[in-house]
Design a protein. Structure first.
Length: 283
């Protein structure tokens, strides 16, 4: 019941929209992402970093998502976001995951290719889709912290070779976006994105979409981005609403009540991102 991202992203590529990928952290995020996406009939990817699987427990997370997909009659992908450990990825695929990102972007080019190609061979036996990154995003995503001086943009010609030699299904590009929020306005290198699109025919992925103005996300979709990753904006909406609610009701002690405003706040962000991605009604 957990599907791969392959068909979703191919359809998005053909029809010029993007599938939103939301990072989930707990039961409430899972519920709100699924309910909102289902309401809007949008394809969706639920992404979780290694630390989220550790926090929730891999079996818990997989089974909650399988149950959700079945009882809601809503197919979606539960995705491995920024996973690096090959054994860990293999175990999670064997446990039922069908959509992975192997992040070997911190390795030199040849090593990156070798690691990813092996992962592709393994994953495709299970019909699991594989995303990988060439170049490197700055910023922080859970345990993954990349200093700006260590970030690097994706080279279009290298991207072509990388895709051909690894056999990946989608490519995460580094064109100026970063994990977390931005201090000033982010600058995306659209020219570079267009060149990559020219040379590479698989779906392209935009990481670090939190904090990027709507118009820029839309433009990147028009230039070939088929998956848009959002984590930080959901975290902020959730915790801000929670803090606000406790301020108004300092004696609140029932999570089923005090989580409600936080869930509503996340739903608004999700709705917004689905609209920006153009994925509503594309299920
Ligand atoms: P943000 O931190 O900008 O939401 O990026 C999310 C992301 O890229 C997850 O992989
Ligand atoms: Zn990311
Ligand atoms: Na960001």
């Amino acid at each position: 019941y957990l599907i791969s991202s392959q068909e979703m992203l191919k359809k998005a590529q053909r029809e010029n929209y993007a599938v939103p990928a939301f990072n989930i952290h707990n039961l409430e995020t899972i519920q709100v992402v699924i309910d909102t996406a289902k309401q809007m009939q949008s394809p969706v990817i639920l992404a979780a970093t290694p630390s989220t699987y550790r926090y929730a427990g891999t079996e818990y997370l997989i089974n909650i998502c399988k149950t959700a997909a079945q009882t809601k009659h809503f197919p979606f992908a539960l995705h491995l976001d920024h996973h690096e450990d090959i054994k860990d990825i293999q175990a999670k695929i064997e446990a039922g995951i069908r959509s992975i990102m192997i992040d070997a972007s911190h390795h030199p080019f040849e090593e990156n290719i070798n690691i990813v190609r092996k992962m592709v061979e393994f994953s495709h036996k299970f019909n699991a889709s594989v995303e990988a990154e060439l170049g490197r995003l700055g910023g922080q995503e859970d345990d993954l912290i990349v200093d700006n001086k260590d970030s690097a943009f994706t080279d279009p010609s290298a991207a072509k070779e990388y895709v051909e030699r690894t056999g990946i299904d989608s490519l995460a590009v580094a064109i100026g976006s970063a994990h977390g929020m931005y201090k000033g306005e982010p600058k995306l290198d659209f020219e570079r994105l267009a060149k990559i699109r020219d040379k590479v025919d698989i779906p392209l992925v935009l990481h670090g979409a939190s904090g990027i103005p709507d118009a820029m996300v839309k433009k990147s979709i028009s230039l070939g981005i088929c998956k848009v990753n959002v984590a930080t904006e959901l975290k902020i909406a959730f915790s801000d609403a929670l803090k606000q609610d406790f301020k108004i009701n300092p004696d609140a002690n029932d999570p089923r009540h005090y989580m409600q405003p936080a869930k509503l706040a996340m739903a608004k962000i999700i709705e917004d991102k689905i609209r920006i991605c153009g994925s509503a009604g594309k299920l």
